[in-house]
Design a protein around this ligand. Structure first.
Ligand SMILES: Nc1ncnc2c1ncn2[C@@H]1O[C@H](COP(=O)(O)OP(=O)(O)OP(=O)(O)O)[C@@H](O)[C@H]1O
Ligand SMILES: [Mg+2]
Length: 269
């Protein structure tokens, strides 16, 4: 009995040390040269308006912050500015005012060609409707991205990671919605981006398939340390995030931090 206790205590101490070491490493990455904690992603006072005859103020001074390696969820009603905010963070749209910083780079100061480089090297996108190229096979859809990346991961490894290696030569129309979304995840992560932006990635999927896709995103976050920001209409999904931003008419109305993270497989709705 005693032996058993000693043995488990030893393993527990070992595991505790491993976990502590990992936490220290992550925390170190979150510090600057002077040891000051820095945010991986921060936006400050972001504004954006559209003029379609009448002027609509879509973002009215949005500020949010995320640490490296976190999962963040953006909730909010339709039209509250979620996609606009995400597009500006991802460098596919420009703000009228305010700043975005990602990993120490001020994105809002970049010129157009620097912005292309930022998108190509640092950001992976996943959308509600997959956006796969219909006349390319699964593998080719991923290679389109890996071919233009500096340090891509291996296409076959990505295909295995998303469980689609055996379907690599199929065309998107020959796959289910969930499978197509898994291809789009493989395509987004093959360049090993620092930041993964997902705009309603499970919006077109049923509960079971959604859980599979979310669980895959959680694994990507754990294994590659990828920071993930995800828009969803489904507040249950917020349980898998460290930080939750609620948007209301162009502003972040509420920020909540979860002390306990729910594995995607256990999310119910
Ligand atoms: N290119 C554009 N020109 C004019 N108005 C736009 C444009 N893009 C977005 N808007 C307006 O900005 C507002 C916010 O749009 P956005 O797509 O960011 O909302 P959202 O929160 O993502 O909504 P949803 O949940 O429906 O996707 C909407 O009122 C929309 O009509
Ligand atoms: Mg949207």
């Amino acid at each position: 009995m005693n032996l058993y206790i000693d043995y488990t205590t030893e393993i527990a101490a070992d595991m505790e040390q491993t976990i502590k070491n990992e936490l220290v490493q992550n925390l170190e990455l979150n510090k600057n040269r002077n040891g000051v904690l820095i945010m991986f992603l921060s936006t400050s006072n972001l504004t954006k308006s559209y003029n379609t005859g009448i002027i609509t103020h879509v973002l009215k001074g949005v500020g949010l912050e995320m640490k490296r390696g976190e999962i963040g969820v953006i909730l909010g009603p339709s039209g509250s500015g979620k996609s606009t905010l995400m597009n500006i963070i991802g460098g596919v749209d420009r703000a009228d005012g305010g700043t975005v910083e990602v990993d120490g780079n001020r994105i809002t100061d970049l010129n157009n060609s620097q912005l292309v480089e930022y998108r190509r090297e640092s950001v992976g996108f996943i959308f509600q409707f997959y956006n796969l190229v219909p006349n390319l096979t699964v593998a080719e859809n991923i290679e389109v991205v890996s071919n233009i990346s500096k340090k891509p991961l291996k296409t076959d490894e990505m295909l295995s990671a998303v469980g689609l290696y055996d379907k690599k030569n199929r065309f998107p129309r020959e796959l289910s919605g969930g499978e197509q979304q898994r291809v789009s995840i493989a395509r987004a992560i093959v360049k090993n981006p620092k930041l993964l932006l997902c705009d309603e990635p499970t919006g077109a999927l049923d509960l079971e398939t959604s859980r599979g896709v979310l669980s895959l995103l959680q694994k990507v976050n754990e294994q590659f340390g990828t920071t993930i920001l995800m828009i969803t209409h489904n507040s249950a999904i917020a349980g898998m995030a460290q930080v939750v931003f609620r948007m209301r008419s162009g502003e972040v109305a509420e920020v909540a931090h979860n002390s306990e993270i729910i594995p995607a497989e256990r999310i119910e709705w």
